[in-house]
Write a protein that binds this ligand. Structure first.
Ligand code: ADP
Ligand code: MG
Length: 239
C-alpha cells in the first residue's frame, strides 16, 4: 500500500530552482504518467520521490508518513531507467537475483522470485543468457524483472522504452500494462514523452511545465478539456 502525497515540493540545485512547488496525491495502485518538455523536471521529481535526491522544501508522505529523510532503500520503491544498466558478466538470473542476494535473502527465496518474475515477463527461456545475447527489448524486461523481484509498493519508470524501436516499444508497453494489472496495489509513476504511451497506460496524466504542474487529469479529461494550449499540445487535441 502506498498513497503518495506531495505537498509544495521544491528542489534547487544551487540557486537554480528546478521544482517550484509541486503538490499532488497519487492513489494506491494508480498508474500516474508524467509528461512535459525536456528539462521541465520530470526525472528530478522521480528522483525526489525515490530519495535519490534530497527535497529542498515541502513534504513527501507515503500513507501519511513523512519520508523526506527516509533512505531510498527503505522506501519500498523500485526504479527502471531508460538505459538498462545490467551487469554484463552476469546472466539474466543473476542480474535479477543480485539485489536480493545483497540484501541477504536465502537462495530458495531468490530462485522463486526470479522464476516468478521471469514467467511474468516471458523471460524464462533466457535465464542463462548474458545481456549481450539478448535483444534490447529483452534487456529492458530484465531491468523491469530486477525491479519486480524486490516487490516494490511503488514502481518508478523514467522513459523506459525510449531506447527501443517502435515495434518493441509497443510490445513492452503492453507488458507494462499487464504488469500493472497483475501487481494489484502497486503504484506506478511513469515518465514518457510519447503521447500514445501516456494515453494508453495512464489512469491519470500529470502535465509538467517548467517545474510546476500545468494540469492533472484522466487522459479523457485532458483530451477533452485541456486548460491551456500547452496541455493540448502534449495530449494531441486542438483547443
Ligand atoms: P526532464 O527529466 O524533464 O528532462 P530533469 O529533471 O532531468 O528534466 O532536469 C530539470 C532541470 O534540472 C534541467 O534544467 C537540468 O539541467 C537540471 N538538473 C537536473 N539535475 C541536476 C543536477 N544534479 N545539478 C544541476 N542541475 C540539474
Ligand atoms: Mg528526464
Amino acid at each position: 500500500m502506498a498513497e503518495l502525497q506531495l505537498r509544495d515540493i521544491r528542489k534547487s540545485f544551487g540557486s537554480f530552482e528546478v521544482i517550484k512547488g509541486v503538490s499532488m496525491d497519487i492513489r494506491t495502485g494508480e498508474f500516474m504518467v508524467f509528461v512535459g518538455p525536456s528539462g521541465c523536471g520530470k526525472s528530478t521529481l522521480l528522483r525526489l520521490i525515490s530519495g535519490l535526491e534530497e527535497i529542498t522544501s515541502g513534504t513527501l508522505a507515503f500513507d501519511g508518513e513523512v519520508v523526506n529523510q527516509l533512505a531510498p532503500s527503505r522506501r519500498g520503491i523500485a526504479m527502471v531507467f531508460q538505459s538498462y544498466a545490467l551487469y554484463p558478466h552476469m546472466n539474466v538470473f543473476d542480474n535479477m537475483a543480485f539485489g536480493m542476494q545483497l540484501a541477504g535473502k536465502d537462495k530458495e527465496h531468490c530462485r522463486k522470485r526470479v522464476e516468478a518474475a521471469a514467467e511474468m515477463l516471458q523471460l524464462t527461456p533466457y535465464l542463462k543468457r548474458l545481456p549481450r545475447q539478448l535483444s534490447g527489448g529483452q534487456r529492458q524486461r530484465v531491468a523491469i524483472g530486477r525491479a519486480i523481484v524486490r516487490d516494490p509498493t511503488v514502481f518508478l519508470f523514467d522513459e523506459p522504452l525510449s531506447n527501443l524501436d517502435a515495434a518493441l516499444r509497443v510490445a513492452t508497453r503492453i507488458e507494462i500494462a499487464k504488469l500493472h494489472r497483475s501487481m494489484h496495489n502497486t503504484t506506478m509513476i511513469y515518465v514518457t514523452h510519447d503521447q500514445v504511451e501516456a494515453m494508453t497506460l495512464a489512469d491519470r496524466i500529470c502535465v509538467l511545465r517548467d517545474g510546476l504542474v500545468e494540469q492533472i487529469g484522466t487522459p479523457l479529461e485532458l483530451y477533452e478539456s485541456p486548460n491551456s494550449i500547452f496541455v493540448a499540445g502534449f495530449i494531441g487535441s486542438p483547443k
